[in-house]
Every structure is written in C-alpha cells, then in structure tokens.
Design a binder for this molecule. Structure first.
Ligand code: GRG
Length: 306
C-alpha cells in the first residue's frame, strides 16, 4: 500500500495546498504570457491578494485526488486544472465580499480585496481570475488531449455560470427576507456551492481519462460532499466564532436567510451530515482502498471547524 495513504487527512490537504499555492504563484507572475500585452501591477496585486491568502484549497485537492484515482499520466495537467478551479473559487469570494453582495471586511482572516484595494480593483480582479481560469485549462501548457480540454472548459463554464454558481448566488440574493421551500434551498445550494465541488470531482476523472460512467460516479460523489459542505457551512454560521472562520459569522440569520440547518436544527443537520458521508463512501466503494483519501475528504468536509 502507498504509505502516504495512512497520513492524517489534514497533512495530505496541506501538502496539496502547497503544490497548488506554488502553481498559483507561477501563474500570477508579473511576466505577461504570449498574446497578453502587459499585466497591470495594481490589478495583479489585487488578484494575488485574493488568491495567495491561505485558503484550504479543498476544491483543487479534490481535482488532484480524483485524477490520482484514475492514475492520470500527467500530474502537471491535473495541477493546472486544479489551479484554474481555485481561480474561479477565489473570484467568487472576491465578488461575494463586495458591498453589493455580502459586504465583508474579512476573508481568510485578512482584509477583503475591496478593503485592501478598492471596489473597482476587486471587480476587475474577480473578472480577471474568472477569465484566466479558462486560459489555464485551454493553454498549450496543459498537456491534455483537445477533447478533454473542451469537456473541462464546457463543464467549468456550466458549473460557474448562470446555471451553476453565479445563478445560485442570484437565487441567494433574491431569497433574502423571503421563505424558500426545502427543494428551493437544496437547488440554490447545489448551484451556489455544490456545482464547483461537483466539477472538482468530475474534472479529476476527465484529466485521468476515466470512462463516462466513472465521471458520472465521481460527479455523484461531488454532489453528496457539496451538499455536506454547505450543511457544515450553515452549521458553522450558526455555531462558530468569526475568529475561527476568518470571516464574519451569523450572517444568514442576520440577512433573514433560512438554511436547512436553521429550519431543522443542529442535531438534524449533524445527522444529515453523517448520512451524506455514508452515501459518499458508498459511491466510492467500487474503487476500493484507492479511494480512501477521497473518503477521508468526505468526512473532513462534514466535520470541518473552519
Ligand atoms: C459572486 C458569482 C459569485 C458567487 C459567489 C461561493 C459564493 C458564490 C459565495 C461565497 C459565500 C459563502 C461563504 C458560501 C459558503 C460556502 C463557501 C464557498 C465557503 C468558502 O469556501 P471554503 O471554506 O473557503 O473552501 P477557503 O477560504 O478555504 O477557500
């Protein structure tokens, strides 16, 4: 057995985060790429502030681990796809923190981009991170067959756009002060937070040239842990301190937003989380112990404290 399999999950996640951080640093270098005319200094600094600031790098970790499950032949391709996904995640955080959305001063324990720079810089940094993600996936340096790149670009666009994360954010903003049904909350969450997590798991399978049925299976795993991620987030919003989270908490209740956790209570939510972890583990059963790290990831998502 691969001896790294026995390491605690946090150690594996931190090792993945280091790799992703290194790749993001390279990608956000001052030198323009071929076809770029110039990288404006302040814009690049705002982008780096929004990205190189100590996130858990969970989504990229899921890309790397699912790619490893299918023994992807080129680790650098998986790393680039992982970094591209983190650029989209970071863009969403930068824009979510803006006064027009969540209006937050702190993110990952540091001033948000619009606080450290200004609103225009934060908007442009987010826009540039979003477009850069598609550059990274499609670029010649990402050593994947053209068909795999098209699949990734298309799935990433759908996970991020109006039918995915951005659409989920729109539903979330519209829901303030109104009451959504449980199905509407589930759909909103599957879009706002679930879609990128699901994409992360599918993307690794695409990078690893998995069969369609396995890509689908990993997508189901991603959907289960995406929902667990959101339930855990709702629970933390109810129970955790802003110091532990590195951002404001208690915001859902303050905004009059019902979450599944606030509707059903803490015990119900913990029970749901246990059920989702069991479901995620079942989905991975065909892969045997090769999927142990992904199973640990499911538990981590459900039990995380920040
Ligand atoms: C602005 C288009 C647009 C979308 C915003 C993702 C999102 C949609 C908003 C973020 C609001 C939020 C706090 C949602 C809860 C789930 C979430 C994305 C938490 C942050 O993700 P983590 O815990 O953070 O993976 P790190 O900092 O570790 O990357």
């Amino acid at each position: 057995m691969d001896e790294t399999m026995t390491l605690p999950f946090e150690v594996k996640l931190a090792a993945g985060a280091d790799m992703v951080e290194g790749e993001l640093r390279r990608l956000l270098d001052t030198r323009p790429l071929e076809g770029e005319l110039y990288r404006p200094d302040r814009l690049l600094k705002a982008m780096r502030h929004g990205v190189l600031n100590g996130g858990k790098r969970l989504r990229p970790f899921l890309v790397l681990e699912t790619a490893a499950l299918f023994e992807a032949t080129d680790d650098t391709a998986a790393l680039r796809v992982a970094a591209a996904l983190e650029c989209i995640h970071c863009y969403s955080l930068v824009h979510d923190d803006l006064p027009a959305m969540d209006d937050d001063d702190l993110r990952r324990g540091k001033p948000t981009v619009h606080r450290a720079f200004d609103e225009a810089a934060a908007i442009l940094a987010g826009d540039s991170l979003l477009t850069y993600a598609f550059d990274i996936v499609s670029a010649p340096e990402t050593a994947l067959p053209a068909e795999a790149k098209i699949t990734l670009v298309n799935r990433l666009a759908r996970a991020s756009g109006m039918g995915g994360m951005a659409g989920g954010q729109a539903l979330d903003l519209a829901a303030e002060g109104s009451s959504l049904s449980e199905d509407e909350i589930l759909r909103l969450q599957a879009m706002k937070t679930g879609a990128l997590i699901r994409f992360a798991c599918e993307a690794g399978a695409v990078v690893g040239s998995a069969q369609d049925a396995d890509i689908e299976r990993l997508g189901e795993f991603g959907a289960a842990i995406g929902l667990a991620f959101q339930l855990a987030d709702d629970l933390l919003d109810l129970t955790a301190s802003s110091e532990a989270m590195g951002k404001a908490t208690g915001k859902d209740a303050a905004a009059g937003k019902a979450t599944l956790a606030s509707l059903h209570g803490i015990d119900w939510t913990r029970q749901q989380l246990r059920g989702l972890v069991a479901q995620a583990e079942d989905i991975l059963e065909p892969f045997g112990e090769r999927a142990d790290t992904l199973k640990q990831a499911a538990r981590f998502v459900a039990e995380r404290q920040s």
